[in-house]
Design a protein around this ligand. Structure first.
Ligand SMILES: NC(=O)c1ccc[n+]([C@@H]2O[C@H](COP(=O)([O-])OP(=O)(O)OC[C@H]3O[C@@H](n4cnc5c(N)ncnc54)[C@H](O)[C@@H]3O)[C@@H](O)[C@H]2O)c1
Length: 377
C-alpha cells in the first residue's frame, strides 16, 4: 500500500501493521491479536514505546473491570498509575482534564512519563489532550476499545475536550507513539456501539475505495457476526484510508474534509434531536444516505449506488431514515447553517461522483438540498 510503510516487524505478534506517515510524527497502528489474551505478547509490543519508568493509564469505569488487568500485567515493574474516569461523553470535559492533571502531578509524573489511553473515543480524545499539554507534551499510546475509536478517533491526531458552547472546542493536534487495536475487545461492545463504528467503516468505502465497499457488501453477514477475519480486515483497511487522507492533510486544510462525508447532515440531526438520542455513528449513517441522494441530484452519483449505500447500512443494523424522528426540512437547513463546516457563509457538502470518489462542493443549490430533505423528513 502506498500509504503504509509496513516496516515494523510484527511476525512475533501475529498482527497486521500499518504506518501513519507524518514525517517525524509517523506512528504505527497494530491490528489483530495484539496480546489481550497474553500479557507477554502485549508487553513485547509495548516495550519499544515505553522509554521511561513511569506510565499512567487513563481509562473509565466500564472498561477498567474488563481490560485494565491485561494492560497492567504487560507493564512489568514500572510505576503504573491508573486514572479511572466516569463513563460518558459529558466527562470529556475541562473538569476531568484538570483532575487528570492534578492526578499526574500528585503522583509525580515527569516529562518522560507515557500516558496510555485505554478506552473508546472519549477516553482517547481526553487522554490525548492531556498528553499534548502535560509539561508541554509527553508520550502517549492509544489502546482503543470501541470499533469507532479503532477505525477513526485513534487515527489522525485530533485530541480535544468539550466546552459547554460546543463539542471538541478545546484541543490540539497531537499524534500518539503507537496504536494497539485488539479485535478481541470488540466482543464486549454493545450492539449499537458496534454498529455505530461500522457506519464510519462504510464511509471509507464510499469516499475512497469502491472495492472495499463491495467487500463490505459481500461480507455484511460476517460483519454483523463480528467474525475475526472480517474485523481485522475492516479495521486495517479503514486505518489505511484514514492514514492516507490524514497524511496528505494533517491539519484539515483541505483534503481531510472528505472524512466529513455524511457529517453535515449527521451533525444537524444530532443537534436537533439533542445529543445522546442517536449515537454519532447512527446520525452519520442517516447523513450518508442523505448525502448519497444529494449526490444523485447534484454530482451525478448513480441512483443504483445510492441505493447500495442505503441497503448496506440497513444490513449492518444502522438507521437510514428520519421518518418517525419528528424533524422537518426547515429545521434541518437552519441547523446546518450553524454547522462548523460552513466556510465564509457557504454551506459545504462532501458529495460523491461515483462509488469510492468524493469531493467537497461549495455551491450546492438550495433546491437540490430541499429535494433531498423532502425525501427524508
Ligand atoms: N479524535 C477524532 O478524530 C475523533 C473522531 C471521531 C470521534 N471522536 C470522538 O470519539 C468519541 C466517541 O467515541 P466512542 O464512540 O468510542 O464512544 P465512547 O468512548 O463513549 O465509548 C462508547 C461506550 O462503549 C463503552 N466501551 C468502550 N469499549 C468497550 C468495550 N470493549 N466493551 C464494552 N464497552 C465498551 C464505553 O465505556 C462507552 O460507554 C466522541 O467524543 C467523539 O467526539 C474523535
Amino acid at each position: 500500500m502506498s500509504n503504509t510503510a509496513g516496516s515494523t516487524d510484527t511476525t512475533s505478534l501475529n498482527v497486521e501493521s500499518l504506518t501513519v506517515s507524518l514525517g517525524e510524527r509517523s506512528y504505527p497502528i497494530f491490528v489483530g491479536d495484539v496480546g489481550f489474551s497474553d500479557p507477554a505478547k502485549l508487553a513485547e509490543g509495548l516495550a519499544p514505546y515505553l522509554k521511561g519508568n513511569q506510565v499512567a493509564i487513563i481509562t473509565n469505569e466500564t472498561i477498567a473491570p474488563l481490560y485494565l488487568q491485561q494492560v497492567q500485567s504487560a507493564l512489568g515493574n514500572r510505576q503504573v498509575d491508573v486514572f479511572q474516569m466516569p463513563d460518558g461523553e459529558s466527562y470529556k470535559s475541562l473538569d476531568t482534564y484538570t483532575q487528570v492533571m492534578d492526578f499526574l502531578l500528585e503522583k509525580k509524573h515527569n516529562r518522560s512519563t507515557c500516558l496510555i489511553a485505554l478506552g473508546g473515543g472519549v477516553v482517547g480524545d481526553l487522554c490525548g489532550f492531556v498528553a499534548a499539554t502535560f509539561q508541554r507534551g509527553v508520550d502517549f499510546i492509544q489502546i482503543p476499545t470501541t470499533l469507532l475509536s479503532q477505525v477513526d478517533s485513534s487515527v489522525g491526531g485530533k485530541t480535544a475536550v468539550n466546552h459547554p458552547a460546543g463539542k471538541n472546542m478545546i484541543g490540539a493536534f497531537y499524534q500518539p507513539l503507537a496504536v494497539f487495536a485488539d479485535i478481541s475487545v470488540l466482543e464486549t461492545l454493545p450492539d449499537r456501539e458496534y454498529a455505530a463504528g461500522l457506519a464510519e467503516v462504510v464511509k471509507y468505502g464510499i469516499i475512497y475505495d469502491a472495492d472495499f465497499f463491495a467487500w463490505l457488501e459481500a461480507n455484511a453477514p460476517a460483519l454483523v457476526q463480528r467474525e475475526k477475519y472480517a474485523l481485522t480486515h475492516i479495521i486495517t483497511r479503514s486505518c489505511e484510508v484514514k492514514a492516507a487522507v490524514v497524511s496528505e492533510d494533517e491539519r484539515e486544510g483541505g483534503r481531510r474534509a472528505i472524512l466529513n462525508y455524511g457529517h453535515t447532515f449527521g451533525h444537524a440531526i444530532e443537534k436537533l434531536l439533542g445529543y445522546g438520542r442517536l449515537l454519532h455513528g447512527e446520525a452519520v449513517s442517516i447523513g450518508m444516505v442523505m448525502a448519497a441522494r444529494l449526490s444523485v441530484e447534484f454530482s451525478g452519483l448513480a441512483l443504483a449506488d445510492s441505493q447500495r449505500i442505503e441497503k448496506l447500512l440497513q444490513q449492518l443494523n444502522l438507521p437510514v431514515t428520519l421518518k418517525g424522528l419528528e424533524l422537518n426540512a426547515e429545521a434541518m437547513i437552519d441547523a446546518m447553517g450553524m454547522d462548523k463546516k460552513v466556510v465564509d457563509g457557504e454551506l459545504r457538502f462532501v458529495v460523491a461522483d461515483q462509488m469510492g470518489s468524493v469531493r467537497v462542493a461549495s455551491h450546492v443549490s438550495v433546491s437540490a438540498l430541499e429535494k433531498t430533505l423532502a425525501e427524508f423528513c
